[in-house]
Design a protein around this ligand. Sequence first.
Ligand SMILES: NC(=O)c1ccc[n+]([C@@H]2O[C@H](COP(=O)([O-])OP(=O)(O)OC[C@H]3O[C@@H](n4cnc5c(N)ncnc54)[C@H](O)[C@@H]3O)[C@@H](O)[C@H]2O)c1
Length: 334
Amino acid sequence: MSFSANSRALVTGAAGFIGSHLVERLLRDNYRVVALDNLSNGREANLKHLLKNSALEFHQVDVVDLDSIQPFFRGIDWVFHLAALADIVPSIQRPIEYHRANVDGTVAVLEAARIASVKRLVYAASSSCYGIPDSFPTPEESAIRPMYPYALSKFLGEQCVMHWAQVYKLGCVSLRLFNVYGPRSRTSGTYGAVFGVFLAQKLANRPFTVVGDGNQTRDFTFVTDVVDAFVRAAASDLRGEILNVGSGNTYSVNRLVELLGGEVVHVPERPGEPRCTFADTRRIYQALNWRPQVTFEAGVRTMVDRLEDWCEAPVWDPLSIEQATADWFRYLGR
Ligand SMILES: NC(=O)c1ccc[n+]([C@@H]2O[C@H](COP(=O)([O-])OP(=O)(O)OC[C@H]3O[C@@H](n4cnc5c(N)ncnc54)[C@H](O)[C@@H]3O)[C@@H](O)[C@H]2O)c1
């Protein structure tokens, strides 16, 4: 991979879950890293173990503010744009905020990257753009059907990224991430990804709140594999490409429960959610020779070994989930 001792990378959303792992990987690869985050959902603690490294500089800044972020892009080779608001229910409640952070923020980052003539910009897109897909595994050319404002905003961001690649010849690659999991995944107050919900319940010795019959499946991809896809995309000479990033498999929620071990209660299925997410990963394999390395079983073991990380996470039960998802049913239900 192209690398020189003074190569510089910039990561937006660096204090978040995936961003903090990406910073860790880039520092390990001897990059100098500029990390940006407004700490709206991210935590400086996610970078705490790295801040001693003189190759890392962290700036608390809102990516929407082009004038403020522009100076940080000078001399940067690679930009990784991960900053976004990333929860479903708040996006339904506050669509303007999501549009601002995820669309306006992306345009500001693209402009900063263009002005600074960076070599490559890799965007964290979301498989939620496929909505409820027609086929599995789902290829990149599938129909686009955003079901809620988060999905829409991430797709609009991707459209901007492709536009900057087309008009300004910026070296942009968009990675459509499926269900990413791993240490430091978000444990904010918002009801969200199944791993955070289940691990907090396991730690508190409470039953797992399984949605529906639990036979729905998800393409769970371990965070270090996802980070590797980002680095390969940056080191490539691709421009204007969209690539799925998934595990090459799909796992039921019941299988996750089996691996974690514990009692179960069921909560109602939600409108707008697919029965299955499953990435067709042939394109990324061909383009970047990327294949995930961490098996689901090994990934889940890593999570269980770090159960204490979820000691401050909210412990959900059927009643608190019903309250937290009321707007989901209200707006997305028939
Ligand atoms: N985790 C997943 O399964 C998944 C799946 C698909 C796509 N993604 C995308 O990957 C990216 C990272 O996701 P994550 O799971 O690490 O989420 P995260 O919430 O942990 O990280 C996002 C970070 O962006 C920061 N941020 C938000 N708005 C900002 C702004 N205006 N200016 C500066 N910083 C801002 C937040 O403070 C946070 O630290 C996001 O773009 C998300 O849409 C994630």
